[in-house]
Structure formats: C-alpha cells, structure tokens
Design a protein around this ligand. Structure first.
Ligand code: SUD
Ligand code: ADP
Length: 317
C-alpha cells in the first residue's frame, strides 16, 4: 500500500472543568470529549523523495512546519528513522471541512490521522496507547482524537478513560468565520480571574473526585439519556470567553431561545457554540431559524451528530 485516506472527526466538549494547576504552565482538567460527524479527510502518501510536504484546501491553514499534521509526520520520522529511510518521503493532503481555530480540535485530529496513517503505511503495528502517547507530545487533544468516541479526559486533557459511546445525538454548531479565541489566552485569563476558586491542591483526591463528578453528566451518559446530558453540559472557559466576546454570548442566547434545543454550550476555548437535539429534523429547523435571525454572512452553521469512533481508514491504494 502506498497511500491511505483517513477520516478525521472533530470533537466537542460536553464538560470542561478546570480543577487545578498541572505542570509546565498547563491546567489540570476534568473533561468529557465527544467525537462528531463533522470531519476532515486526510490523504497520506509515500513519495520517492525524502521530504515531508503538506497541502490544504483552506487558506487559513499553514502548510509549513507549523502545521500540526506536518509536526506529526516529523515526529514519526524522528521516532522511526529506519522506516522513514525505507519507505521514503510523505505527502499529506488535508481536505478541511472543520472550521479552523474553532475549539473543535481541527489541527489535533489532523495530527492524529497522520500518526494512524503513517503507522499503517510503514507497517509499524503500533498499539492505540502507543499512538496516543506519541500524540500527547503534539497537543493535549491529540490522544483523544486517535480513539475518539466518548471519553473522560483528565490531566492536561491527555489521560483518557472511555465512556459508553453516544450515537446519533444531533448537533448544530455555530461559529463566526473571522472570530478566533486563543486557547492560551482563555486559560491564562481564567487563572488570573478565578485562580482562587478552583482547586489548587491537586493532591486532594476527594476534592478532585467531587469536582469530576459535579453535574452528574457521567451518570447521564451511562444512562444514554440525551436530555439529561444536555441539562448537565458545562464549560468553565465560558466564564472568561462569554464576557469578552459578545458574539459568542449572542449565539449562546440565540440557541437557548430556540424550541427543541436540549442544551447549549461553547466548545473548548471557543468560539464555536453548539446545541443538542433529539432529531435531525429539529436540528435542521433550528439551523434555519438561526440563519434567519442572524443574517450575517460571517456566521457558519453546521448540522452534525455524535459518533462512536475517532480516526478511521476510508480507503487505501
Ligand atoms: C480547550 C481545549 C479543550 O478540549 O480544546 P480546544 O478549544 O483547543 O479545541 C483543550 O484543552 C486545548 O487543547 P489543545 O488545543 O490541544 O491545546 P495545547 O496545544 O496542548 O495547548 C495550548 C495552550 O493552552 C493552554 N492549556 C492547554 C491545555 C491545558 N490543560 N491547560 C492549559 O493551560 C496552555 O497555555 C497551552 O500552551
Ligand atoms: N492541520 C491544521 N488544521 C487546522 N489548523 C491548524 C493545523 N495545523 C496548524 N493549525 C493552526 O492551529 C490553530 C488552531 O486551529 P485548530 O486546531 O483548528 O483549532 P482549535 O485548537 O481551537 O481546535 C490555527 O490558527 C491554525 O493556524
């Protein structure tokens, strides 16, 4: 096989709680991450030269060494120099469907797809946990993107425990195309403004366990009860992003006023806001309503659904 085509799904955060300081300037989190059907397609191809090249159809995505997919390929070349020498260079094409800098882990899922694709291309036979460990060196969300589905993520977001998978909860995602929120800014501002109110003593296991279970969303996931899950959505970063970005607040309020919305929340560090629905029809209807209510061409709207997997192979040649 000389090329693999992979599907790289986006994620949303059903729950994000900042529970303390972690090492290296990161924050310790309790998150629930969920893969969704909105996805990029990544083609990973062996070439006869010894270079790594990245192409992308989206003008906002860099194709140089700063692309997370490039970094993933470089990491594999460094970790497995003999395979890199044997199989030659790599050409990576990204067909971007996931909005960029949106809190949907677009770059992270591209990196995860490249790790999976190269593992197959070079017949390395790496395990899921080996791929996740490699991914953690590239970004906090990359390990989740490898396996996907529904999971609790702790530590800096890279320690994963699977949850019962949630299939076919429908979602509308809304994002202003030109609006970006820096993840580093969001965490830094949260620390500055609410530093004393989150749990600083990360050795206090009871406090940590209580924090993780606050909201009972995990119980609702075990019951596969979409309405209960939607009631317990939570994201600490909304406390800094909503006051600073009125457009994100406006989307939150717009969804909250729509009929059929089970719950609404900002994903990750934003600025995407999502809403959950029982049916695709309700989701499509609310998408239309929002489009009519906010007639701004900068606003992007998508209908998606929850899925039970991360990176998947679409085809190989
Ligand atoms: C907020 C979340 C929620 O899923 O996602 P996004 O909004 O980016 O999708 C993640 O925590 C983001 O993950 P990711 O985008 O991979 O972040 P990284 O590259 O690892 O970190 C970017 C910066 O965010 C801050 N950061 C990140 C994770 C964490 N647990 N604590 C932090 O303080 C650090 O300042 C870091 O330099
Ligand atoms: N493969 C990639 N896809 C998207 N963005 C990328 C990629 N590689 C690097 N980036 C850069 O990472 C930044 C964050 O983008 P993205 O990963 O989509 O958002 P988020 O971290 O909010 O989920 C962008 O501003 C972009 O310049």
């Amino acid at each position: 096989m000389h090329s693999y085509s992979l599907i790289a799904p986006a994620k949303i955060n059903l729950y994000l709680e900042i529970i303390g300081d972690a090492s290296g300037g990161y924050h310790e989190l309790a998150m629930i991450l969920q893969s969704i059907s909105l996805a990029d397609r990544i083609d990973v191809l062996s070439t006869s030269n010894d270079s790594i090249r990245v192409h992308c159809n989206h003008p906002q995505v860099p194709t140089d060494k700063s692309n997370l997919a490039y970094k993933a390929a470089e990491l594999m070349a460094t970790q497995f120099p003999e395979a890199f020498a044997r199989y030659g260079g790599l050409e990576i094409s990204i067909n971007k469907q996931i909005p960029v800098a949106a809190g949907l882990a677009g770059g992270s899922t591209n990196a995860a797809a490249v790790l999976v694709g190269i593992d197959l291309l070079w017949k390395l036979g790496l395990t899921q946990s080996e791929l996740e460990e490699l991914g953690a060196t590239l970004g906090s969300d990359v390990p989740f993107c490898v396996s996907g589905g529904t999971a609790i993520a702790t530590g800096r977001g890279d320690q994963l425990a699977p949850l019962p998978s949630l299939d076919n909860i429908y979602i509308v995602l809304a994002k202003y195309r030109s609006l970006e929120v820096s993840t580093a800014w969001a965490y830094k501002t949260y620390r500055q403004e609410f530093g004393n109110s989150y749990i600083r003593d990360t050795n206090d296991l009871v406090a940590r366990a209580n924090a993780v279970h606050s909201g009972e969303i995990v119980k609702a996931i075990f019951e596969r009860n979409a309405a209960k899950i939607a009631e317990k959505l939570h994201n600490d970063l909304e406390r800094v992003v909503l006051p600073a970005y009125p457009q994100v607040l406006q989307l939150r309020e717009a969804f909250a006023n729509e009929e059929g919305v089970l719950g609404t929340m900002m994903s990750g560090s934003g600025p995407t806001v999502f809403a959950l629905f029982e049916s695709e029809q309700q989701a499509e209807q609310v998408k239309l309503h929002i489009r009519e209510a906010i007639s701004d061409e900068d606003l992007e709207l998508f209908v998606a659904r929850t899925i039970t997997h991360g990176i998947q192979v679409a085809s190989s040649v």
